[in-house]
Design a protein. Structure first.
Length: 236
């Protein structure tokens, strides 16, 4: 695993792979990588990214398929903080400029990289058949489907990945709530309480209550008989 405080030295092709996997936010086969970006992730480049814990590669069938790990997401978000490799030339340096400006814009908008690049559904295939008018939805169909506990937990974990300086670092629940402002308060609280039972999740009160701001107190989640203000996901 890479050090949580820095970005490992990577080749231009390894950097390109991380960026493409981040912006696609899904598992990609080598065929898809070739079609999208003109390269495949094989050989030493693939081995290094897997050994660093940045990419998970499924080799059970061909073509091999690749997906960012949690650590891979962290490094991909922080690529712009390191010096671009000299062998990458102007193309790689330009990519780092884009990544830096993307990070600044998302931070200003308080939108996570995971939410920004999240796949919203498959693109409808082109068709030459004439479009037919869809039937009017029933009253029950117009009601939004409830968000599942698993979906909310996934949102919490994505927000945490973007906020934490390293896996296992403490993050204020106030910041997590800001990232998930569109999520119902009661639903989010229920998800946080359920997550306490996970082996990699810790939610605790701040020991020095005098350091808490009004924002921190308002964002607390009640678990047992006490208010809790901080979240950590990962190794203790």
């Amino acid at each position: 695993m890479t050090s949580p405080a820095d970005v490992p030295h990577l080749t231009p092709n390894q950097i390109n792979a991380l960026v493409v996997l981040m912006v696609e936010a899904r598992r990609l086969t080598n065929v898809e990588l070739k079609e999208l970006a003109g390269f495949t992730l094989t050989g030493k480049d693939n081995t290094k990214l897997v050994d660093l814990g940045l990419v998970d590669t499924d080799r059970t069938h061909r073509p091999f398929a690749h997906e960012l790990t949690d650590e891979g997401w962290r490094v991909a978000r922080q690529l712009h903080t390191s010096a671009p490799p000299k062998q990458g030339g102007s193309t790689t340096r330009s990519l780092f400029v884009v990544l830096s400006n993307l990070h600044r814009s998302l931070d200003r908008l308080r939108v996570s990289h995971g939410d920004f690049f999240k796949q919203t559904g498959a693109t409808a295939p082109a068709t030459s058949e004439p479009l037919q008018e869809a039937p009017a939805p029933s009253a029950s169909a117009t009601t939004a489907a409830p968000v599942s506990a698993a979906q909310v937990e996934a949102l919490v974990r994505a927000a945490y990945r973007d906020l934490a300086t390293a896996p296992g670092a403490w993050v204020g629940l106030a910041d997590v709530r800001d990232r998930l402002a569109d999520t119902d308060r009661a639903t989010l609280d229920a998800a946080l309480r359920a997550m306490v039972g996970r082996e990699d999740v810790r939610i605790i009160p701040v020991a020095n209550s005098k350091s808490l701001t009004a924002r921190d107190r308002a964002a607390a989640v009640r678990i047992g008989n006490e208010d809790n203000h901080a979240l950590a996901i990962g190794p203790a």
